[in-house]
Design a protein around this ligand. Structure first.
Ligand code: ADP
Ligand code: MG
Length: 227
């Protein structure tokens, strides 16, 4: 489709730029971080300047994550395929984010329907997808809420649902999600969903969003079941 074409054109531009620029940015970034570290530890540095250092470190970290997301997008990663136990993978992701969920008043419930479907895939990349989706859900619930994660089998594929009680997404915005750099957040990169979708597509799967403003959002990931 037209939209597809526009996206792939944008992607190839990003690809060319990112491969070169992202790489070039990495080295000076490392240098900056290093000297910042030294300065912040120096005895001649005033206490009140510490908070500026913290902000600078945070911002450098943000640049780093944009750069590394762009690098991943630019160079298609080789899949290191193995049998992945999705229940285990999801439980690991939930564990990783449970402290943050607690702090943000978010309750995570996990329904596995007594199933332990396995898929053939790259566990690290799948983890990356689940982390991205859960983080988006968290960011949609600044006042707290419930994130329900469901794992099920449907017509020969595994379906993983992430249902949040967050702000929801207006219809005209849903279509734009996954466009390079599309974000509604002041601190967003607008690359998370694109990256996730890329990974799932590489796994012969698909991703879908359903949302109601003021009620919440469901992101579904479909993956083929392994034999
Ligand atoms: P980022 O999180 O950096 O903004 P993403 O590609 O991960 O980039 O997401 C793009 C946009 O999709 C977000 O800025 C947000 O507007 C919307 N979005 C994604 N997931 C959700 C969700 N669960 N609830 C509400 N909005 C969402
Ligand atoms: Mg995101």
């Amino acid at each position: 489709s037209q939209e597809h074409l526009r996206n792939s054109e944008k992607l190839s531009v990003i690809g060319q730029l990112a491969a070169g620029v992202a790489h070039e940015i990495r080295n000076p970034l490392t240098t900056l971080k290093g000297f910042l570290q030294i300065l912040s530890k120096s005895e001649t540095t005033a206490k009140k300047d510490q908070e500026y250092f913290e902000i600078m470190k945070d911002e450098l970290t943000r640049i780093e994550s944009i750069v590394s997301e762009m690098l991943v997008l630019a160079k298609p990663q080789a899949l290191s395929v193995q049998s992945v136990d999705l229940k285990e993978t999801l439980e690991h992701v939930i564990k990783l984010l449970s402290a943050q969920a607690n702090m943000q008043n978010i309750e995570i419930t996990f329904f596995d329907n007594q199933l332990t479907p396995t898929v053939m895939g790259d566990e690290n990349q799948l983890k990356q997808v689940f982390l991205n989706v859960v983080k988006n859900a968290f960011e949609a619930m600044p006042q707290g809420g419930i994130l329900c994660i469901g794992l099920g089998l449907h017509q020969g594929h595994v379906q993983i649902d992430f249902i949040d009680t967050g702000v929801g997404i207006p219809e005209d915005i849903v279509q734009k999600i996954g466009e390079p750099f599309f974000t509604t957040k002041s601190k967003g990169t607008g690359l998370g969903f694109l990256l996730s979708k890329r990974i799932i597509t590489n796994h012969n799967g698909s991703m879908h969003i359903q949302s109601t403003v003021g009620k919440g959002t469901m992101v579904s990931v479909h993956l083929p079941v392994s034999e």
